[in-house]
Design a protein around this ligand. Structure first.
Ligand code: AMP
Ligand code: MG
Length: 348
């Protein structure tokens, strides 16, 4: 596991730029109050733009927002045996494990998304994710026989949840909330800010954004600008779009990947094959909340160009942008609503 800080433990100033999406403030005169952290295996940045709340109060809200993100990490990280989710995974095939209601509810929601479109979003991909080890020091393509032997463990029907007790019926099974947890945590952090009276803020957990932008007007610009990173040019922007209160998430083949034999292998797996989903470089989804956006960006990525765009176009309240590779160039494909607001970078 790579902690995204340098060897001195310092968080890189350009943290947000290293990830899928980030927001900029339209006014140069006065910046937001920003808190950066490393959590959930990625960079976290929480920015509050409200101008009429005392700074000390804003700082306290920022602390609470980061604390709630760390709480989700402690509950739902799959790389720690001591997290609630880790205990469920360790007991797979042996025993049911009692978990906090918050986790059983999150799991129910995650599993419900698995019913969509042939199970492209599947939180039982844990054994595959561990075997691919995208965050390891020397990731490599696992032998096909190993992948094939793990496919029977990718099985949502073998997850039994009764009240707050969770049982994975097969030994070796493992739940992985990597495709939903960051969005969920961003929403929780945004609610903490809201309860503290904050009305203009962006929570960014590794490119999963919860935007609160309630009262645009004289004091505040009409929207924040969300920048979509270029999937092939490190740190460069592919384009941007304006957003109000919403959730935004990007899933990309460039986020956690390695090359072998000139082929890119990345962390978004097709549960049907056990191999990285092919055909798309990145998907950005805008939805009412960050958790939905998080799940749908992963799901649409797995569905691929045709089925993924059809899914986005048929989802009420959801807009999206898919970036596909065509030879040496990249082509954006947008839903109607996104097409009206997306501005590609002129230099591209
Ligand atoms: P995201 O970055 O939100 O697209 O989520 C990708 C992460 O979710 C991966 O790093 C895995 O931990 C996990 N994951 C990979 N493939 C899938 C899948 N098909 N369904 C659900 N989660 C997945
Ligand atoms: Mg996701």
């Amino acid at each position: 596991m790579h902690a995204p800080a340098d060897r001195t433990g310092r968080i890189h100033a350009a943290a947000a730029a290293a990830l899928a999406l980030f927001c900029i403030w339209g006014c140069a005169d006065r910046g937001p109050a920003v808190r950066q952290a490393v959590a959930m295996n990625t960079y976290v940045s929480v920015s509050v733009y409200d101008r009429d709340i005392p700074r000390a109060l804003v700082e306290a809200r920022l602390d609470s927002a980061v604390a709630v993100i760390r709480h989700v990490e402690a509950m739902a990280s799959d790389y720690s045996d001591s997290s609630d989710l880790g205990r469920v995974n360790t007991a797979a095939g042996r025993a049911a494990v009692r978990v906090p209601s918050e986790l059983s509810n999150l799991l129910r929601r995650a599993i419900a998304f698995g019913a969509e479109r042939g199970g492209a979003f599947n939180v039982t991909v844990g054994p595959l994710v561990k075997t691919w080890d995208f965050l390891g020091e020397h990731p490599r393509v696992p032998p096909r026989r190993v992948i094939d032997s793990l496919l029977p463990l990718v099985d949502l029907a073998a997850v039994a949840i009764h009240d707050d007790s969770v049982f994975l019926r097969k030994r070796g099974m493992a739940l992985d909330l990597g495709g939903i947890g960051k969005g969920y945590a961003a929403d929780l952090a945004a609610s903490v800010l809201r309860r503290g009276g904050i009305r203009h803020a962006v929570v960014d957990i590794g490119g999963n954004l919860a935007v609160i932008w309630d009262t645009p007007g004289e004091q505040y610009p009409p929207s924040v600008t969300v920048e979509v990173l270029h999937p092939r040019r490190d740190g460069m922007i592919f384009g941007s779009f304006p957003a109000g209160t919403c959730g935004v998430s990007t899933s990309g083949d460039y986020q956690r990947c390695f090359f072998e034999g000139g082929v890119r292998y990345h962390h978004i797996l097709d549960p049907a094959t056990g191999y990285p989903a092919r055909g798309v470089a990145a998907v950005t989804v805008v939805a009412a909340d960050a958790m939905t956006a998080d799940v749908l960006s992963t799901l649409v990525f797995v569905l691929g160009r045709e089925a993924g765009m059809a899914f986005l176009r048929n989802s009420p309240g959801v807009e999206g942008l898919m970036i596909v590779e065509e030879g040496d160039s990249l082509r954006p494909i947008a839903t109607d609503g996104m097409g009206r607001i997306f501005r590609p970078e002129p230099a591209l």
